[in-house]
Ligand binder design. Structure first.
Ligand SMILES: [Zn+2]
Length: 112
């Protein structure tokens, strides 16, 4: 669903579902900071108190790990935020939700 790292494609390449009207804005980055912070900070505290690696190692290792985790999680989190908007029929996804729930009143996805 992405045409670039964080650019959502205008439509799904598989089923044609329109995605251009999503409004993820900066919520994925906000969630990314929360997730990486809550996972990494306890690990940093545990390692620094129990093992106490040399300063040069701490100063190079933790920023690198934080960068890799942040960049690695940003796209999946953004995908999840767009998916939640799609599932909930938020913003421009209203018509798509009505269309897929109109037939039997429950959740279903059909290929074109
Ligand atoms: Zn699709």
């Amino acid at each position: 669903m992405f045409r670039k790292f964080l650019k959502v494609a205008d439509a799904c390449p598989a089923c044609g579902e329109e995605l251009h009207h999503h409004r993820a804005d900066d919520f994925p980055a906000y969630l990314d900071i929360i997730v990486v912070g809550h996972v990494l900070v306890p690990i940093v505290l545990a390692v620094e108190t129990e093992i106490a690696p040399p300063m040069w190692l701490s100063m190079s290792m933790w920023p690198l790990i934080a960068l890799v985790m942040t960049l690695g999680l940003l796209q999946p989190i953004k995908g999840a935020v767009v998916a939640i908007q799609w599932y909930g029929g938020m913003h421009g996804f209203e018509e798509a939700k009505k269309a897929r729930t109109a037939s039997n009143g429950s959740f279903s996805v059909t290929a074109p």
